[in-house]
Structure formats: C-alpha cells, structure tokens
Write a protein that binds this ligand. Structure first.
Ligand code: NAP
Length: 304
C-alpha cells in the first residue's frame, strides 16, 4: 500500500509531488496524457507566474515535470475510473483493470474546456471546431477564424491567432470582457481583430467539415463564414471518477479548506478541481503544496 497517490500531473499535482518527495513519502503520480503539465501546456504565453518572466505554458509545464522527477517523484500513466474508500485508505481503480491502494489520495485532475452545447458542435469537433488555439492555430495560417468567449482564455487565444490568421473575430455573449484589462487593451489595438458584442454562436452546419456558422445578435440570426472556430467559454471540472465518494461539492468542484482537506479523511484536493475563488497557476501550486503537507501530517498521525 502506497502512502499517497496523486491523481493528475498538472501544476497542482506536480507541486504536491515535489513536497511529497521531499517528505520521503512512498507515492506515485498518475497522469492521463503521457506527458503531464496539465491545462497550462496549451497556454502560448504565461505572464503572471512570478519569477519566470514570459514563458510558454509548454516550457513551464515541462519544467514542473522535470523538477518533480528530479526531486524523486514517480510519474506513471493511468486513467482513474474510480476511487473507493476502504479500511485503512483508498482503492484506486484504473481503466486497464490495474488497482492501486493508498493510505491517502490527492485529487488534482483540474478541469477541461467547457462546450457550448449547441447543434453541430460535438459533430464537428476536430473538423474546424477546436478548443485549443495553441494546438490547432497553425492550421489556419492566413485564414479567417472566430473565437467564442470573453475570458482570459478567449482573449489570449484571439491575440495568439491574430499573429497567424488574416482575420480574427471574437464574439462575446454580453458586452463585458472577463479577461484582464491589459489583455483586452491589447486586443482592441490589433487591426485584424474584430469584436462582436452581445453575439452568440447558436448553430454550426456543414458537410464533412463545419462550414456555416449561425450567429445571433439582438434576437436576429445571420450566417457568417469562417475557416475555423475556437471555443473558449470556461472550464468544466474533471471529477466523475470521485462520484462513489460522498464528497461535498458544487457543480463538480470539490469543497476543501485551504489545507486541501475534504470531508473525507485522507482525501485531499488541489488545483482547479477545488471549489475556490481564483483558478490560476499560482493558486494551483499553492494548493498542491498545502495538500501534500496535509497528507504528510495525516500520515504521521496514522503511523502513530
Ligand atoms: P472564464 O473566465 O470563466 O470565462 C468564460 C467566458 O466564456 C466568459 O466571457 C463567458 O461569458 C463566456 N461564456 C460562458 N458560457 C458561454 C456560452 N454558453 N456562450 C458564450 N459565451 C460563454 O473562462 P476562461 O477564460 O477559460 O478562464 C478560466 C480560468 O482560467 C479563469 O479563472 C481565468 O482567469 C484563468 N485563466 C488565466 C489565464 C492567465 O492568467 N494568463 C489564462 C487563461 C485562463 P460571460 O462573461 O457572459 O459569463
């Protein structure tokens, strides 16, 4: 039986790993995509992580991962299906029938991009509909794209795409951006970015690929043509694998205090999955450190 299993290898999970390794725990980190780093790797430039200056999300994610490995963390591939409470700890069921047992668990699986839920969206995802500008932006060199959303992700995506594409349109469902003011100012100065306020994408149509985009503005529908659409309308927590536990949560975000303690003894939560006011890299790494420190304290009492 392990001392600790950390589920998720984003900034929260990897920070927890660094602290767990330094505390001498017998633990493993489970990562789902084989390279780790979490959502941050799809950010083209990180500007608000102290000490690193401007750095790509990919470079920062890799640095987190390398540091965790150098500190002694073991990172293994594993997709968790369920976590079940048992006497003395937890059973972690993986997709390929493998099972791990651990005295404590840190859930750090973060969140994934949310969908709009409109007709045609699921059907055309991957065929001119994307949730990752950094991954797919280069496919639209010199083309005309639409970005949906007004948060930091949408604004950063629009700025990134404007350097590649001929024209970028960003559509906000209201007249208010949620993104940081400095990014919005930059956006407004880019000549090839068009801002559409009070505009919703309501339907996507096409043949093999998405071709027709029906927008609604002031209760009127109209069709516009774009070569591709990037959807950046927030995030959805990844917490389905915890559903067998009676955890306190809200909309899938797990409730925990600042030490990462949930209402289940030995189970901690860190990063974007935690119910909290500010989801940023800085708060994710803070959560990771707190959750690992809590697990270490719990294990000291457990061992007596
Ligand atoms: P977000 O801040 O939650 O913003 C979501 C945006 O999508 C809002 O403009 C929202 O509009 C819009 N939206 C939601 N549902 C929609 C719908 N059905 N149709 C049209 N528009 C819809 O999400 P995010 O930009 O993905 O950011 C998530 C978190 O990560 C935030 O805390 C953000 O600050 C953080 N983040 C930080 C950075 C950075 O610091 N560099 C970069 C990226 C993300 P309304 O405003 O009308 O609700």
């Amino acid at each position: 039986m392990k001392d600790l299993v950390i589920i998720g290898a984003g900034p929260a999970g990897l920070t927890a790993a660094i602290y767990a390794a330094r505390a001498g725990l017998d633990f493993t980190v489970l990562e789902q995509d084989g390279y780790g780093g979490g959502q941050i790797v799809s950010s083209h430039e990180v500007q608000n992580y102290p000490g690193t200056g401007k750095l790509s999300g990919e470079a920062l994610g890799e640095a987190f991962r390398n540091q965790a490995l150098e500190t002694g963390a073991e990172i293994q591939y594993g997709v968790v299906e369920s976590v079940i409470r048992q006497e003395n700890g937890f059973r972690i069921q993986l997709q390929d029938d493998e099972t791990l047992e651990s005295k404590t668990v840190i859930a750090a699986t973060g969140a994934v991009p949310a969908a709009l839920g409109i007709p045609g969206e699921a059907e055309y995802t991957g065929n001119n509909i994307s949730y990752c500008a950094l991954c797919d932006g280069s496919l639209y060199k010199g083309k005309n794209v639409l970005v949906i959303g007004g948060g930091d992700t949408a604004v950063e995506d629009a700025l990134y795409l404007s350097a590649i594409c001929k024209q970028v349109t960003i559509a906000l469902r209201s007249s208010r951006f949620r993104a940081a003011g400095s990014s919005v100012e930059k956006l407004k100065k880019r000549e090839n970015i068009r801002i559409l306020e009070n505009t919703k994408l309501v339907r996507i149509e096409g043949g093999k690929k998405a071709e027709k985009f029906i927008l609604e503005q002031e209760n009127r529908e109209r069709e516009e043509t774009f070569d591709g659409v990037f959807i950046a309308v927030g995030i959805r927590p990844v917490s389905d694998y915890l559903k067998e536990l009676p955890l306190k949560s809200e909309d899938g975000y797990i409730a925990a205090d600042e030490t990462g303690k949930t209402n289940i003894e030995g189970l901690y939560v860190a990063g974007d999955l935690r119910k909290k006011a500010l989801r940023q890299l800085t708060t994710a790494v803070s959560d990771g450190a707190n959750a690992a420190a809590s697990a270490v304290r719990y294990l000291q009492e457990y061992r007596g």
